[in-house]
Design a protein around this ligand. Structure first.
Ligand SMILES: C[S@@+](CC[C@H](N)C(=O)[O-])C[C@H]1O[C@@H](n2cnc3c(N)ncnc32)[C@H](O)[C@@H]1O
Length: 244
């Protein structure tokens, strides 16, 4: 299963669908953590999307470059103020190289899961390491697999139930760790239907992938406010440091 290019339909409604994620109260802590880890150097966002993080980070004076698979998502980014100072390379974060050495590479919003095999997820780590200076950081934000929230005997759960957005995930293949998220989104008088498979990653597996790619886990938080990651955490922000 290869990478899936997000289409025009989902690109056009991404910002409206995830409006809460664009709220300054949500973005503020993320941008603060990333700017601090950048230590004044250039940073690279894998899967930059419509620039939700890259643009406010750039506005803080950080040099940001993006890699993004979907030209449609980048088209949305290009309509925004400040976009001209965020260069984006269209390509797959498993293999695409951009020029330069970075102090920080980051991959947020569960997007490591959009890469649907373990080997390719490992390739994302290797690619991050290849772009980083020694001691540089790779930050990964990803959910903890929600299998504990699926009722016994069931293989699906509703994760969003709102008037304008219904989201259901199905756990399709426990061996390959493949699930699918299915969305029905009402926006601007249209009903957009979007389904995509993803590969969930266990916290211990993420740490091991980092180690295989030459990182050590410097910190792991439950969120961008740096609260400790525990057995009850539903998400993690993992900070990997490239071992000299
Ligand atoms: C959930 S969005 C996140 C976008 C942005 N980082 C944000 O936080 O809003 C996931 C993005 O990953 C991109 N993507 C998926 N697979 C990719 C890959 N293999 N390489 C680069 N980008 C990819 C999609 O096109 C989409 O723009």
């Amino acid at each position: 299963m290869g990478s899936i290019v997000w289409g025009k339909d989902i690109a056009e409604v991404y910002d409206m669908t995830y409006a809460a994620k664009f709220d300054p109260s949500n973005l503020g802590p993320i941008v603060r953590v990333l700017a601090q880890l950048a230590r004044g150097g250039a940073v690279l966002e894998f899967a930059v999307g419509t620039g939700r993080i890259a643009l406010p980070l750039r506005a803080q004076g950080v040099q940001v470059h993006g890699i993004e698979l979907s030209p449609h998502m980048v088209e949305q980014l290009r309509t925004k103020p400040g976009a001209e100072s965020v260069p984006v390379t269209i390509g797959d974060m498993t293999t695409t190289r951009v020029r330069g050495v970075f102090t920080l590479v980051y991959l947020v919003a569960n997007t490591i899961m959009n890469v649907t095999t373990q080997d390719e997820q490992l390739a994302v780590f290797a690619n991050a390491a290849a772009h980083l200076e020694s001691g540089g950081c790779f930050v990964v934000e990803v959910m903890v697999p929600a299998l504990r929230r699926v009722a016994p005997g069931e293989v699906s759960r509703v994760f969003t139930l709102e008037a304008d957005h219904v989201g259901i995930e199905t756990f399709d293949d426990a061996v390959g760790q493949i699930a699918s998220s299915h969305h029905w989104i009402a926006v601007g008088g249209r009903l957009v239907r979007h389904s995509a498979p993803y590969r969930y990653v266990w916290p211990s597996e993420l740490e091991l992938m980092g180690r295989i790619a030459g990182f050590r886990l410097r910190a792991r938080w439950a969120g961008w406010d740096r609260t400790p990651f525990t057995s009850d955490s539903v998400s993690q922000v993992a900070v990997f440091e490239k071992v000299p």
